[in-house]
Design a protein around this ligand. Structure first.
Ligand code: DX5
Ligand code: ZN
Length: 221
């Protein structure tokens, strides 16, 4: 099964003094997914926004049909899934690296009415998430060390994408395969060739000279 390409602009690289206007660029460019990077200053050395901001964005009429792809970069994500589900997330992805009950938390995300995702950092092998592949709607392979937008893309993550995509095909699993970090027209095409189908872009979207050209090009991947 081959998924159509989805571009998910990351609000991390939007205007933090006017997140509603930045988020509105998603439907304005006929895109469906908004990627929300939630950071706690512990799991990653940065802080962003919480459930109240997500709930306020969800109340915006222009975002009523926008898919909130919420990426929890938190040391204790199991404590926050309910808050982000109630705030209006459509998908909540959690990292494999912190110590907590991953399987139960993934199941609880679905019980809350959201799709679920598992995320792995560049230094984490694909084998770490293999046990969860039949329990998730999305796998997110970080192509930068999480914490900041505008970092350099890790091309050495391509074999990891290929491995996860091979497992997906061999086992006839239906999860989406997402990449996040340093994704632009060049690096995104590499990711697509390696099996990715869902592309988070902060800088390449919000700092694009021609957003329409960028979004059109991604649709052709
Ligand atoms: C890292 C963040 C960034 C962001 C995308 O923690 O998750 O990857 O979404 O930033 P760019 O596209 O600017 O690398
Ligand atoms: Zn992210």
């Amino acid at each position: 099964m081959k998924f159509d390409s989805i571009l998910a602009p990351s609000l991390l690289v939007g205007d933090h003094a006017d997140l509603g206007a930045s988020a509105a660029a998603v439907p304005q460019n006929n895109l469906k997914w908004l990627h929300l990077d939630i950071m706690d200053g512990h799991f990653v050395p940065n802080l962003t926004f919480g459930p109240e901001v997500v709930a306020a964005l969800r109340r915006r009429p222009e975002l009523a049909d926008t898919f909130f792809d919420t990426h929890l970069m938190l040391a204790e994500p199991h404590k926050y899934i309910e808050a982000f589900a109630k705030a209006g997330s459509n998908l909540i992805s959690i990292h494999i690296e912190p110590e907590y009950d991953h399987a139960t938390t993934l199941a609880n995300i679905r019980k809350l009415g959201c799709q679920n995702g598992i995320v792995l950092n560049p230094g984490t092998p694909a084998s770490a998430i293999e046990p969860f592949l039949d329990q998730v709607d999305l796998v997110l392979v970080m192509t930068v060390q999480p914490g900041f937008g505008g970092q350099s893309f890790r091309e050495d993550m391509m074999p990891k994408l290929q491995q996860i995509d091979a497992w997906r095909q061999e086992r006839d699993l239906k999860f989406r395969l997402e990449v996040d970090g340093g994704v632009d027209l060049t690096t995104g095409a590499l990711c697509r060739a390696a099996g990715a189908d869902t592309f988070v872009a902060g800088t390449a979207f919000f700092k694009a000279e021609d957003r329409t050209a960028f979004t059109r090009a991604v649709e052709l991947w």
